[in-house]
Design a protein around this ligand. Structure first.
Ligand code: SF4
Length: 237
């Protein structure tokens, strides 16, 4: 293998391992491969966003969901929050402890960072200008990554949420959200800042706020800033 490619792979692997540690793993999860495979199956989006139901109807259908084992350990379902008609939707991976406690997405440390990015960085109002949700609506115990079958069980509701909102731009926060929306394993540090499409909607990949907190380097801050600049430009079109 040529040297620059090998170095980039080693850097990505190192980043991933540190991220796993950061979100609570003490050993390497054997589900990682399963996740990569299953997100491919789970995340096939519709060809285009045909508006079917309102967000309220989607939430009603989700109900007191027990479609996967995360229902056994969650306190609250974290459906999503923000403007149901927002042009911009952020999709993260799953609720953490604070979110599980209050039933709201991105309200802990990572949430504060995301609010800062939206409000100070982009000059938008989090509640009025955006909608925020996750690929799974219940907290994975110990903040582990969601497993393949959990993502698969929850994915129809994510698709319906996005169909109901029909935003102009979706931003995937971090690797699990990017991989789920694109249906393949995404090396996020390599692909962040690139445009993709999800059911006819522009999709930007960027770093997860918790990763940004963990690696609060000038390079990472600049990277997210650049990604959000691209999003703003697209929104103004
Ligand atoms: S994660 Fe999704 S599918 Fe699983 S129990 Fe929660 S709402 Fe239902």
């Amino acid at each position: 293998m040529e040297k620059p490619k090998r170095e980039s792979l080693i850097r990505e692997l190192k980043d991933y391992l540190i991220h796993l540690k950061d979100v609570g793993y003490t050993e390497i999860p054997c589900e990682a491969e399963l996740l990569a495979n299953a997100t491919t199956q789970a995340s096939l989006p519709p060809n285009e966003m045909t508006k079917n139901k309102s967000l309220t109807a989607v939430q009603k259908e989700l109900g007191d969901c027990t479609r996967c084992k995360l229902s056994e350990t969650r306190k609250n379902i974290v459906f999503g929050s923000g403007n149901p008609k927002a042009d911009l939707v952020f999709v993260g991976e799953g609720p953490g402890a604070d979110e599980d406690e209050q039933g709201l997405p991105f309200i802990g440390r990572a949430g504060k960072k995301l609010t800062e990015i939206i409000e100070k960085g982009m000059g938008l109002n989090r509640e009025k200008d955006t909608y925020i949700c996750n690929i799974v609506k219940c907290r994975p115990p110990g903040n582990r990554d969601p497993e393949a079958e959990e993502i698969e069980a929850c994915n129809p509701f994510l698709i319906q949420q996005l169909q109901a909102i029909k935003p102009k731009v979706i931003v995937a926060l971090g690797k699990p959200a990017s991989s789920t929306l694109l249906g393949r394993s995404v090396p996020i540090t390599k692909e962040r800042g690139t445009w993709h499409e999800y059911a006819g909607i522009k999709l930007m990949l960027t770093l997860h706020p918790s990763y940004l907190i963990r690696f609060y380097t000038l390079e990472n801050r600049k990277a997210v800033h650049e990604d959000m600049k691209k999003v703003l430009k697209e929104l103004k079109k």
